[in-house]
Ligand binder design. Structure first.
Ligand code: ASP
Length: 377
């Protein structure tokens, strides 16, 4: 049984060695070459695997499509549900998930897609010794896209390699790969910011709090903020959970100012336009105890900027004061709304992958022009 990088390469060592050798050639691509492999001949993304492949135009498209979709679905649900009826998708979740799984599933339903799921690995041929390469390739025989969550940090790369090794290259969506990336969460967090700041995300201070070292939502999310001008990013965590050197270097190379705060959250609260809380990612080992100095306390609402927002990718534990969940009249508290935004953000991503995003935006403009009473859904 061969497991490398948390990927199961099958029962046969010689076959695993052969496949790993082929994969190593693909994995040697430069970041730029990999990005090219993830785009079609018109430059559109055909695989959503890494936040570093997103640019501001793409993000604006996603945000505008998500906004349009939630209104169109309210007014003309039939139209929305007719868009991708000919398309099918497999939700292939090899790691626990509630929000990402459900929001993808509902996003697919909003677009009329046929959808299936694999979540229980006991039902998989991998128990018969089939490699993950063959399982994924088999799955790709039946669908038009695959949305996947996996414990391996490099599963995104692996999956694109598998797609490219076949004659049937399906769009692959990374719904969370190990500790490394969660690009669709980053896109939906960005959408939440974009709505709150009316698209103006330059010259802002963002604070990422909690497990900065292993939090894939932080790794992906911070990279998007660095696309903007005059960005300052605080990583607020004890030394042992501080941001990894690769992510820090990536941000600095893009001119974001990076500040590491290891004493606690209180001093950063008044400075930040966004405070992004995360839990300890103890599924990767280590202790689960959250240092109380990094809890977002109810009192912080008084020192927080009036135009700032509080987010959390969820699930949460003790890192946000429980009293905050019962406050209904402070619009800066966004972690519940963020989840609903996630569904619409994923509608937009899937529509983009199948070239239906412009249809949604056009329909929205048309409904607006006839003066129908549009409302958010
Ligand atoms: N739901 C997010 C993720 O899958 C955050 C978390 O699990 O803490 O990474």
């Amino acid at each position: 049984m061969v497991i490398l990088n948390d990927i199961y390469w099958g029962e046969s060592a010689p076959v695993a060695k052969y496949d790993q050798h082929k994969f190593a050639e693909f994995a040697a691509l430069s970041p730029r070459e990999l990005e090219q492999e993830c785009r079609d001949q018109h430059g559109r993304l055909k695989h959503i695997i890494r936040a570093e492949h997103f640019d501001l135009d793409f993000l604006r498209t996603i945000c505008e499509t998500a906004d349009a979709a939630r209104s169109v679905a309210k007014m003309e649900d039939k139209f929305m549900k007719s868009l991708l009826t000919a398309k099918s998708v497999l939700n292939y979740f090899k790691q626990p998930s509630s929000r990402t799984f459900l929001s993808f599933s509902m996003a697919e339903a909003h677009l009329g897609m046929r959808r299936e799921e694999v979540r229980d690995l006991k039902t998989s041929s991998e128990v018969k010794g089939e490699s993950e390469k063959d399982s994924l390739r088999t799955a790709s025989s039946y669908f038009d896209a695959i949305v996947c969550r996996h414990p391996s940090d490099i599963y995104d790369l692996f999956a694109v390699w598998v797609m490219k090794s076949s004659n049937r290259e399906l769009p692959f969506v990374n719904a969370g790969s190990g500790k490394s990336e969660h690009p669709t969460q980053a896109a939906l967090d960005y959408y939440t910011d974009w709505r709150w700041f009316n698209g103006d995300l330059d010259n802002k201070v963002f604070a990422y709090v909690g497990d900065c070292k292993r939090g894939r939502t932080i790794h992906s999310g911070a990279k998007l903020m660095a696309l903007h001008k005059d960005t300052t990013i605080y990583f607020v965590a004890p030394e042992e959970l501080q941001i990894d050197p690769e992510t820090e270097r990536y941000l600095q190379e893009r001119d974001a100012k990076v500040i590491k705060e290891t004493n606690g959250l209180a001093s950063v609260v008044p400075l930040a336009h966004k405070i992004y809380m995360t839990r300890i990612q103890d599924e990767h080992g280590g202790k689960a105890e959250y240092d109380p100095n990094f809890i977002f306390r109810k009192e912080f609402l008084a020192t927080m900027r009036p135009d700032a927002i509080l987010e959390h990718p969820m699930p949460k534990r003790e890192e946000i004061d429980p009293a905050i969940d019962y406050i209904k009249d402070d619009p800066r508290i966004k972690h519940w709304e963020e989840q609903r935004n996630g569904m619409w953000g994923r509608v937009a991503l899937l529509a983009y992958l199948f070239d239906a995003d412009a249809d949604i935006r056009c329909r929205y403009e048309k409904i607006k022009s006839i003066g129908a009473g549009l409302r958010d859904n």
